[in-house]
Ligand binder design. Structure first.
Ligand code: ADP
Ligand code: MG
Length: 485
């Protein structure tokens, strides 16, 4: 006896979920935790199309972009690789998604979730609720204004972000808001804080957070599939567009064209745009001048490295969300010794907290913290002290060539290869901007960007290249994990 279509669909779906989780990019899996519960119906049609019912056209567009190909693979894996599922299609349906089952004993929320409630759908009418659910932005729960500690290094940026969040799109002087600064200093946090506030205070507002890499991926797909119109529609009907790390579009005319047009449209409609970048607008030479003047025509704010007081205040604030109490002198010890960026301080704080949790009977003294956090501290000072010249020297040694060969050597394949590798390593292992990395090579931003992209793509397929960069990294006294390979 064959299985009923409902049972078959359910079986397939649960198998596919497992396959999807195992195979898809972790960032996509994290996103799916919020999106999949919004699937209202699932139906395997006789022609092999697995149809997923969602609430509106926006969801159809977004979910198709995000999940169609991965879900097809997962469903095919779940069905044992035969022809049961031939396609995945998102369609609009009137059926509301089932609310998630309420567990009998609610699990204790993690401390972070307790302290920072997620943006939730608060509207009473079903249509607004449906619309809100469809467009819920994917923001980190904890990246709110409340959790952002201010000090001299970031108070100007904070004030500008708050002004924008209170009156998105209403103040021409703030469009776009351009937040720039080094890695790990809170740009994404501040940008998402704007997203949370607008989302919470303006029911009905469409908030879109998009890392620039994702914008480019979607654009590239749209160009390949001839769906640019849908792509444009999607980005041009938002009320608040948050584009993170825009330095990625450097040197690409068609991407910049699309970005510029999106800007024009949103500005005309008095919508708000917020951008983050690792350098200031005028230091983006791979960018068209009309885009740069657009950026400069808005509000440009910098986040600088925090002072000791701000670092300590950030640690105090982060430690409140932990399940254990980290002694004050340990917090001060971390704030004094870890200075490269806030993310590195968080790493040290979490390690200290874990130790306290696992050893409740042993008080964590500063002396003990010094031993416990030895690696964090060494890594931090290596991050702060490693220069691009050190990397060039080690790369040259590895290939038995001279520093001069790397810096000035012509286009001979071997030299060009070593030069690009050194640039890629500098990007991974230091905090320098693309422009700064270019200085010892006498190359501009766009060239460095191109080199990094070239190496990144080759690393996917060339094992020997991976071995080279890993060896050089170890010779520099750094960890291979830092390369993110
Ligand atoms: P960026 O986007 O500039 O690389 P992030 O926004 O990802 O940096 O910040 C890195 C980490 O540091 C995040 O966990 C963020 O919450 C934290 N952080 C940075 N600045 C602050 C701050 N002023 N207050 C609280 N947390 C901060
Ligand atoms: Mg960021």
């Amino acid at each position: 006896m064959g299985l009923s279509p409902e049972i078959l669909t359910n079986l397939l779906w649960s198998g596919a979920l497992e396959a999807f989780r195992a195979a898809a990019d972790p960032a996509l899996v994290a996103k799916s935790d919020r999106h999949f519960p919004q699937f209202a119906t699932k139906n395997l049609r006789e022609d092999g199309t697995f149809e997923i019912g969602v609430n509106n056209d926006t969801q159809v567009e977004w979910f198709t972009d995000f999940y169609q190909s991965e879900l097809l693979k997962a469903l095919q894996t779940a069905s044992g690789g035969n022809d049961t599922v031939k396609a995945v299609k998102f369609v609009v349906t009137d059926v509301l998604p089932e609310p998630p089952p309420t567990p009998e004993i609610p699990p204790a929320p993690p401390p972070e979730a307790k302290a920072q409630p997620k943006p939730t759908v608060v509207s009473t009418t079903e249509t607004v609720a449906k619309r809100r659910a469809a467009i819920a932005p994917t923001l980190h729960d904890s990246y709110t204004f409340d959790n952002f500690v201010t000090g001299p290094s970031n108070s100007y940026a904070y004030a500008a972000a708050m002004a924008v969040a209170k009156n998105p799109g209403k103040n021409a002087g703030y469009t776009p808001l351009f937040i720039w600064g080094d890695t790990g200093l809170g740009k994404t946090h501040l940008m998402e804080a704007i997203g949370h506030k607008v989302w919470n205070d303006h029911p009905g507002a469409i908030v879109c957070y998009c890392p620039m890499e994702e914008f480019i991926n979607q654009l590239t797909n749209a160009i390949q599939n001839h769906t640019q119109l849908a792509f444009r529609e999607k980005f041009r009907k938002v009320d608040l567009l948050l584009l993170d790390d825009i330095q990625f579009v450097m040197g690409h005319t068609s991407w910049q064209e699309e970005l510029f047009n999106t800007f024009q449209q949103l500005t005309l409609q008095k919508k708000q745009i917020v951008l983050t970048c690792d350098v200031k607008p005028s230091a983006l030479p791979g960018f068209e001048s009309r885009l740069i003047s657009r950026f400069e025509g808005g509000m440009v704010v910098e986040i600088e490295s925090p002072s000791f007081e701000t670092r300590y205040a950030i640690l105090k604030s982060k430690s409140k969300a932990l399940p254990v109490t980290v002694p004050d002198d340990v917090l001060k010890f971390i704030a004094t010794n870890i200075r490269s960026h806030v993310r590195a301080m968080e790493g040290a704080l979490n390690r200290a907290a874990l130790f306290i949790e696992q050893n409740p009977a042993i008080p964590l003294s500063v002396e003990a913290a010094k031993r416990l956090l030895k690696d964090n501290i060494e890594e931090d000072s290596a991050i702060r002290n490693l220069s691009v010249d050190d990397i060039i020297k080690h790369t040259a040694d590895h290939f038995h060539i001279t520093v001069q060969d790397i810096k000035e050597g012509g286009r001979a394949q071997m030299l060009a290869n070593a030069r690009q590798m050194a640039m890629w390593l500098a990007r991974k292992l230091t905090q320098y901007s693309l422009q700064e990395i270019g200085i010892p090579f006498n190359k501009n931003h766009a060239t460095v960007h191109h080199a990094i992209k070239t190496i990144q793509q080759r690393l996917d397929v060339e094992k020997a290249l991976r071995d080279d960069v890993e060896t050089i990294t170890l010779n520099l006294g750094r960890k291979v994990e830092e390369l993110g390979l």
